[in-house]
Design a protein around this ligand. Structure first.
Ligand code: 8NA
Ligand code: MG
Ligand code: MG
Ligand code: MG
Length: 310
């Protein structure tokens, strides 16, 4: 890739938001339903359904995390929850756990206690991974900081080791994608395998290494559990790192948690190939809200400045 660092920061955050919005109409549908009713994944990306593409919780929480990093330079759990609450629109399709934690925080309750007890061992949802991309960007030249800051960005809502490591894994993948000039599938996946500690992610990455490029990846999963979606999104990226429509379309075509798998794949392609890789038509159809494309672009600019001044 010949994309510059600012183009990659823009590509990552806008690639995430656009893929989230492209995938959202199909969330919860099966792979078969999507194909028969709407066509192949690539078609869905190049001919988006409906006039306006609306983003969901994935983008809204990414914005909150990016705002916190821009203002603080690192993750502060208290400030992060405050940013999530300030941006919170319940109609954006939040997970059950996230909703309870944010509504508790909004009314001055003990949100940390809710985060600890909401599910057995805490949440292992992919919600911490879907929003983590700004951490991978800001700290990309420091693997230890990526790993630690990704954990800090997960903890306020995701206490389960799988929920946390899903975020660490995706942040690490973003940090590699933003620096590399070429993606070698096997090397990339092996670098990730060396990093993970939970059995779930070791299993998922080992499985991905056994799948040949282009083979079906439905066995890796596309559900809202982090260990059944984060590696899937990473494979969509490594199999076609410069082809946004193909990578994001493939993520959507798997069905189920389409917005989130697409968002994670889309941020990786954008981090590698830059803003120029994102289809202009989808960007044009993106909702014109206060925190829309221009605002996300500005957050990416500020992260570039934060990174340069570190
Ligand atoms: P979360 O923390 O509520 O977790 C998501 C879900 O995962 C929970 O509602 C549970 O069903 C399940 N879960 C989490 N932890 C455990 C556990 N320890 N044991 C058993 N089950 C568990 O939400 P999140 O912030 O992680 O968000 C994840 C997803 O929710 C994203 O896809 C996001 O877009 C959103 N979402 C998903 C759907 C959908 O049906 N696919 C719909 C709307 C919103
Ligand atoms: Mg969503
Ligand atoms: Mg640097
Ligand atoms: Mg989702």
């Amino acid at each position: 890739s010949i994309a510059s660092l600012p183009e990659r920061f823009h590509g990552c955050l806008i690639g995430l938001a656009v893929a989230d919005a492209l995938g959202a109409p199909y969330e919860g549908l099966t792979s078969d339903d999507i194909f028969y009713r709407f066509g192949a994944g690539t078609h869905v990306v190049t001919n988006p359904d409906g006039d306006t593409l609306y983003y969901t919780d994935d983008t809204e929480m990414m914005i909150g995390l990016a705002e916190t990093l821009v203002s603080e330079g690192h993750v502060d759990g208290e400030k992060l929850i405050a940013a999530f609450v300030a941006n919170y629109h319940p109609d954006r399709g939040y997970g059950r756990g996230a909703r309870q934690i944010l509504e508790t925080a909004a009314t001055g309750g003990d949100w940390r206690e809710v985060a600890r007890t909401i599910f057995p061992g805490g949440s292992l949802g992919n919600g911490a991974a879907m929003r983590v991309a700004p951490v991978g960007l800001l700290f990309h030249d420091s693997p230890e900081q990526v790993w630690e800051q990704a954990k800090q960005s997960a903890l306020p809502t995701h206490q389960h080791p799988v929920g946390i490591e899903g975020a660490q894994l995706l942040a690490h993948a973003v940090s590699l994608a933003v620096q590399l000039s070429e993606i070698q599938r096997k090397h990339f996946l092996t670098a990730l395998l060396d990093r993970v500690e939970t059995e779930s992610f070791q299993w998922a990455i080992r499985s991905a290494l056994k799948i040949k490029r282009g083979d079906s990846i439905s066995g890796l999963g596309s559900t809202l559990h982090a260990d059944r979606s984060v590696v899937t999104a990473i494979v969509c990226f490594v199999d076609s790192p410069d082809d946004y429509a193909f990578a994001v379309g493939r993520a959507i075509s798997l069905g189920d948690d389409t917005d989130t798998v697409a968002a994670m794949a889309g941020c990786l392609v954008g981090a590698f190939a830059g803003i120029q890789a994102i289809p202009a038509k989808a960007v044009e159809q993106f909702e014109r809200s206060r925190k829309g494309i221009a605002y996300i672009r500005e957050l990416a600019n500020r992260l570039v400045i934060r990174h340069t001044n570190r």
